[in-house]
Ligand binder design. Structure first.
Ligand SMILES: C[S@@+](CC[C@H](N)C(=O)[O-])C[C@H]1O[C@@H](n2cnc3c(N)ncnc32)[C@H](O)[C@@H]1O
Length: 499
């Protein structure tokens, strides 16, 4: 079973040195909730079976495209096209402009030309994501700055490579975003091997070259996190890739596989000269062949891939068990300032020290509803008396993450402030989903994302409020049990009562 639209591509793949077990794997359209176009098992397949292999020279990256060489490696670097994703995007636009003259022509034909990701949403739809971490991570402005500053001038400098008549069709800002989104939703972080030169066509069909050495995981898809996690990644991310020995690469066939939380049944492994998709469990005939995108939370799935995972959750609700919500450190600071009546500047020294010591500036709450130790430690740091703060600084150690009443009080306020950042309540979102008739797909996915975040916030908040109540009850009991007169003298509450 296969799709007619993929036949030319599959022939190209096999004729170019790729192998695929076509008795075991086919392609078909699943429901959109299951990923649309994807791969299916045509028979029962045992664990540890290789379904297809991709020679490294068939992967498309700025190492395998011949554009940097034609452009001149030196000038490529001078124009910083080796940093960030702009160089790879330019390679992909250029390869795409060559159509079937490109080595990857039939492969490029299989790639989507439109995306449902928030990068392409209207302002109105983006407002539905208010409060979530999606919007600030889109990186649209950074991407467009790269396009205007680096890519346009590179294109204009070489009319022989980028004929002026082709620019509006193949090198527009819109095409730049499409290529960026192809990379974001389909690329793999492929670790380099010692023999890094796998660009040449002379390597085609060299079965003897294939290593039987130890297979290792290939990091699947871009997995940057935190505020630098832009669709077009910050240059420093690419520098890290350089250091880590990773090539962000498009990998034919492998990128036809969908993924769903906890469903992985195959994984991409690499060997010296090729990548191998190998089953990680037995797959029954008719089942979808699922890769993994690292079981991302819905806010990241939506931003990178344009879909969300909706599965049954413990307690009856539906959502993504991998959901997370981010709390910025400045919200903790603002909770402290409003509670203590001080301004943020008076805590600046402590915050600077916290960051210098490597403390987090974003805390991540998960569906275990635990409070990250770092948020408790930062909160305690803010609450320390001047003497205690001097001591902590002297020792070079942030305070222990103990959840006592003052700390609980402040984290509760920070969570309440975080909840207030959304423009709708959790109840409203639940009602919106009950009557979803006529709702746009973008809005539907946005509500799923923000509801997932809010559930974590509300459940964690409830837990903390219970903990605080228990803490207070404990301290009240201790006060009550204290004898009227001890060797230390009357308790504070007794003193007060006598006045
Ligand atoms: C690597 S591609 C997978 C192949 C893709 N379905 C195709 O037709 O080429 C990733 C894209 O597939 C879709 N996808 C993958 N898994 C999905 C899922 N569980 N639910 C919905 N869409 C999914 C999303 O559009 C995502 O951006």
């Amino acid at each position: 079973m296969s799709l007619p639209e993929l036949e030319q591509f599959l022939s190209w793949f096999q004729n170019s040195g790729g192998t695929i077990d076509r008795d075991a794997i086919g392609f078909k359209y699943f429901s959109s909730a299951e990923g649309g176009r994807g791969a299916v098992a045509l028979k029962n397949i045992e664990k540890d079976q290789t379904l297809f292999t991709i020679p490294r020279y068939l992967t498309l990256s700025s190492k395998t495209s011949t554009l940097p060489e034609k452009f001149g490696h030196k000038i490529w670097k001078e124009r910083a096209l080796d940093k960030g994703w702009s160089g790879l995007i330019l390679c992909m636009m250029w390869e795409d402009a060559q159509a079937l003259n490109s080595k990857w022509g039939p492969y490029l034909e299989t790639l989507p030309t439109a995306f449902d990701t928030p990068m392409f949403w209207s302002e109105k739809d983006l407002q539905e994501l208010e409060g979530t971490s999606v919007v600030e991570k889109l990186g649209k402005e950074d991407a467009e700055r790269d396009y205007h500053d680096k890519v346009v001038s590179a294109i204009q400098s070489r009319p022989d490579l980028f004929p002026p008549g082709t620019i509006t069709i193949h090198y527009s800002l819109e095409r730049y975003h499409v290529m960026g989104s192809r990379i974001l939703s389909r690329s793999f972080d492929v670790e380099r091997t010692n023999t890094d030169d796998y660009t040449g066509d002379e390597e085609m069909n060299t079965d003897a070259d294939r290593s039987t050495g130890n297979a290792m995981d290939v990091d699947v898809h871009d997995e940057q996190a935190g505020k630098e996690d832009n669709s077009i990644r910050a240059p420093e991310d690419e520098e890290e890739d350089e250091e880590d020995g990773i090539d962000v690469s498009m990998v034919p066939i492998a990128d036809l596989l969908n993924a769903r939380f906890g469903s992985e049944n195959v994984k991409l492994f690499y060997e010296e000269n090729e990548l191998k998709m190998i089953t990680t469990k037995r797959i029954s005939a008719g089942e979808q062949i699922w890769n993994t995108y690292d079981d991302l939370p819905n806010n990241e799935l939506l931003r990178k891939y344009g879909h969300v995972d909706i599965l049954p959750l413990p307690g009856g609700a539906k959502g993504n068990p991998a959901d997370v919500v981010e709390i910025r450190a400045d919200l903790v600071l603002s909770a402290f300032s409003s509670q203590s009546g001080t301004d943020a500047a008076s805590s600046a020294e402590r915050i600077d020290w916290w960051l210098e010591e490597g403390g987090d500036d974003i805390f991540v709450l998960e569906t275990d509803y635990e409070v990250p130790e770092a948020i408790a430690s930062l909160t305690r740091l803010l609450c320390l008396s001047s003497d205690e703060w001097e001591k902590a600084r002297g020792k070079g150690k942030p305070p222990k993450p103990k959840l006592d009443s003052p700390v609980l009080d402040l984290i509760i306020i920070a969570l309440q402030k975080r909840i207030a950042q959304y423009s709708s309540t959790m109840k409203e979102d639940e009602q919106i989903l009950e009557t979803k008739e006529g709702m746009s797909f973008n809005k539907y996915q946005a509500v799923i994302v923000r509801l997932g975040e809010k559930r974590i916030l509300h459940t964690t908040l409830q837990r903390l409020q219970n903990l605080l109540a228990a803490e207070k009850a404990k301290s009240d009991n201790t006060q009550k049990r204290k004898p009227v007169s001890t060797f230390e003298g009357p308790s504070k509450s007794m003193k007060k009562a006598r006045r």
